[in-house]
Every structure is written in structure tokens, then in C-alpha cells.
Write a protein that binds this ligand. Structure first.
Ligand SMILES: [Zn+2]
Length: 413
């Protein structure tokens, strides 16, 4: 069974880890070499030689019918978070290999390039998408100078991995790139809730990340009457409740306060300062902007009423990214051909596809994630869902091969 083999291969890749008893494979770590060697062993019998580009991405091309045929990229990322599961990222690369195997040497009007990105999660350098940024020409000097916790720069890490950062231009997409396709686990409960194995991703949500600081007056917890306090934690707590209520009222909006630090941080002292993070996401940039404005307004209203002050600092403001409408509708057709009900959804998480979408038509196919569990050893997929994904991918390749619109469109950039 090809789906069983795909799952077994994901587990094989998961065995290449920096930790002995759990999965951790960060950017340009030693186990990434083993991961590349294993993928090369799967591609070799298909007549595909791999190369590792200057950003550490593994690339292998299944030639098209003609030498100058345009190229469709299919892949995902090979790095993981600490204590990861076996499927986030790796599954998309392994499915790409399986699709080429299922062609049994057949040449399409376009080439297929399998790509396994070296870095997506942002674990080692605190900046995500280092691998895919190289393909769109955005792994620049500033990023190459970024340091990890041990003071090693991206540039030095690349050299230590045996690659030449000066060769970065060769990692970039070629002019005749047809598009980018990524299979990925949903990492959420939506498809399981709907009872569906697959979805076409039509948008990747935009997101804001901010830090809010409520300032009051620290004072004695025993001698300061309740009506004479300026309690920063109590004000922050009222606002946290408002954040949750506001998000519940707007369809598709997610807003999260994930972290609180209070000062001075003692049992018998009223907090003078409470620092909180806010993460807001929606597939519509307008709705997200309005929600953020509303939440910021509420923070100030609560602070003023309580005799506190509040200030906010933006950490990230990232626009939503649309997937390519033509590819999305072709994915829906392909899903329908597998006998499943097509479903369109937005991705609340960021993915390499949103980086590639800057330059080439890009789209994603989500696979149901049992229990919605991801970034955890319990992360899983079912064999039948993987089988549907492979079937969907093969239909999609056939559709693109028989549609002039599908393979004649090349790089929009
Ligand atoms: Zn991922």
C-alpha cells in the first residue's frame, strides 16, 4: 500500500533527530544531512539526482516531456519544532516523492521539482521561512547575519553545513516556474469536525502580534483598600476577558493572550505592571484590522476607568496571502474526483506557500489531523486520508497536464 509506505517514510525521517528520545531537527543540524541522504535514496531509483541549494533546501527534478518544460514545485519543510511529531512538513515532501513514483516514468508537459525546505519553523534563529525565502530571493544579508543562541550566524551555519552562502542566487526560482503545491497536515480540528479528509486552502490568514503593558501602582496588599488601588493585573485580566468575548463575536477571528508577566510579582504586593502578548488572526485583513483597533480601544478604556495607563508595541503585522484561484479550483475538482466533498478553508498558521506566493501561483492541500493535534509526538494522519491525498495529487497532475492554462502560465514575477 502506497499510503502505508508514505507513513512509514515519515517515521523514518522522524528518526533523524538531534535528541535521542524525541524529534527535533532544526535548520542545518547534523540530522538534516541524514534526512537528505534518505530522500536522495528514494529519488535515485526514479532517475532523480538531488542537489542541496545554498540555503540547505533539498531539490530534485523529474524532467518534463521537453527539456525546456516549465516546472511545478511540490514540497514542504523538513525542519521541526522541539518534541515534534512525524508529519508536520515531512509528509508534504514524502507525498511529493510518492506522486513521482506513481507516474512510473511518465513525462508530463511540465517538470516536477521536489523541494524539502531547510527551515520553516523559526526555531534556531527566531525567524521562520529561511528556506523558502531563498527561493524568492529574500534570504538577504540582514537575515544571513542573524545569530542563533550560540552566536552562530546563518551565514556561518550554512558554511558549517558544507554549503556556500555566496551561491544563494542559484537557490532562486527559475523564470519558467509554473507554481508551488504543498500538502500539509491541517494542524487543527476543522476537517475532523466536518468529517472530511482533505481541503483546498484558499487563503493563509494575516496576523498581528503585539505586546500590551498595563501600568498602575505597586502597593501593599494588606493596607491598600480595594477602592484606592491601581492594580495592573486586575486591569489586564478584565481586558483578557474582553479579548475572548470579542473574538467569539466575529466569525473566523482568533485572538489569543498567550503570555503574562507581572511586576513586582509577589503574593503580598499589588501589581504595578502587567505585560501581555496579543496574537490576532483572520483571513480578511479588513476584519483583522478592525478587530485589533477594537481590542486596543478596549484596553485604553479599561485602563482609563481603573486609573491605569496602557501602551502597546507591534511585534508583527503580516497581511493575509491568497492562494492561486486557478490552482484552488483545480484542487477542488481533484478532491471531488476522489469521491470526497471539496472544502475550502483558510489556514490560521503560516506556511512556506505564503512565501512562494509572492512570486509564483501557489496552493495547499490540507489533510485531516486526528484530534487536531500537532507540534507534539501524538501528531498523526490516517492511512486512508494519505491515500486520498495521493489520489487527489495524481488527479491534479493529470488536470494540469491536460489544461493548457495549467502549464503554460509561468512565473508572474
Ligand atoms: Zn509545517
Amino acid at each position: 500500500m502506497r499510503a502505508a509506505e508514505v507513513i512509514a517514510r515519515c517515521r523514518t525521517l522522524a528518526s533523524f533527530s538531534e535528541d535521542t528520545d524525541r524529534v527535533r531537527r532544526t535548520f542545518l543540524s547534523q540530522p538534516m544531512h541524514e534526512c537528505h541522504e534518505q530522500i536522495a535514496r528514494w529519488l535515485k531509483p526514479l532517475g532523480i539526482d538531488v542537489r542541496i541549494d545554498a540555503a540547505g533546501n533539498i531539490r530534485g527534478v523529474h524532467r518534463g516531456a521537453q527539456l525546456d518544460a516549465p516546472c511545478l514545485l511540490i514540497g514542504s519543510h523538513l525542519d521541526t519544532v522541539p518534541n515534534a511529531g512525524a508529519y508536520d512538513g515531512a509528509l508534504g515532501v514524502v507525498i511529493a516523492v510518492a506522486l513521482i513514483e506513481e507516474l512510473h516514468g511518465r513525462r508530463l508537459p511540465f517538470a516536477i521539482e521536489v523541494v524539502g525546505f531547510s527551515e520553516e519553523e523559526g526555531v534556531r534563529f527566531g525567524t521562520p521561512f529561511l528556506g523558502s525565502r531563498a527561493l524568492v530571493g529574500r534570504l538577504d544579508d540582514a537575515l544571513l547575519g542573524t545569530l542563533d543562541l550560540r552566536g552562530v550566524s546563518v551565514r556561518k551555519a550554512i558554511a558549517q553545513f558544507g554549503l556556500d552562502p555566496a551561491e544563494m542566487a542559484h537557490a532562486e526560482l527559475r523564470q519558467n516556474t509554473l507554481g508551488y503545491l504543498e500538502f500539509h497536515i491541517e494542524q487543527g480540528p476543522v476537517l475532523e469536525n466536518l468529517g472530511l479528509p482533505l481541503a483546498a486552502v484558499e487563503r493563509i490568514a494575516g496576523q498581528n502580534r503585539l505586546e500590551f503593558t498595563f501600568l498602575g501602582h505597586a502597593n501593599h496588599a494588606g493596607t491598600t483598600p480595594m477602592h484606592l488601588r491601581c492594580d495592573a493585573i486586575a486591569g489586564a485580566a478584565e481586558w483578557i476577558g474582553a479579548v475572548e468575548r470579542t473574538a467569539l463575536e466575529v466569525s473566523g477571528l482568533v485572538a489569543t493572550v498567550g503570555k503574562i508577566d507581572a511586576k513586582p510579582g509577589a503574593t503580598n504586593v499589588i501589581a504595578g505592571e502587567a505585560r501581555l502578548t496579543l496574537d490576532v488572526r483572520h483571513s480578511s485583513d479588513d476584519i483583522r484590522a478592525r478587530a485589533l483597533e477594537n481590542l486596543t480601544h478596549q484596553a485604553h478604556e479599561i485602563a482609563t476607568r481603573r486609573g491605569l495607563s496602557v501602551r502597546e508595541a507591534t511585534v508583527l503585522n503580516q497581511r493575509a496571502v491568497a492562494m492561486d484561484p486557478f490552482l484552488v479550483s483545480e484542487i477542488e475538482r481533484a478532491i471531488a474526483k476522489t469521491g470526497c466533498t471539496p472544502h475550502r478553508m483558510a489556514s490560521g498558521a503560516g506556511h512556506d506557500a505564503m512565501i512562494l506566493a509572492e512570486k509564483v501561483p501557489s496552493a495547499m492541500i490540507f489533510l485531516r489531523t486526528p484530534g487536531g493535534i500537532s507540534h507534539d509526538p501524538a501528531e498523526s494522519v490516517t492511512q486512508s486520508d494519505v491515500e486520498k491525498a495521493i489520489e487527489c495529487g495524481l488527479h491534479l497532475l493529470d488536470q494540469l497536464a491536460s489544461s493548457p492554462e495549467g502549464y503554460k502560465r509561468t512565473n508572474r514575477a
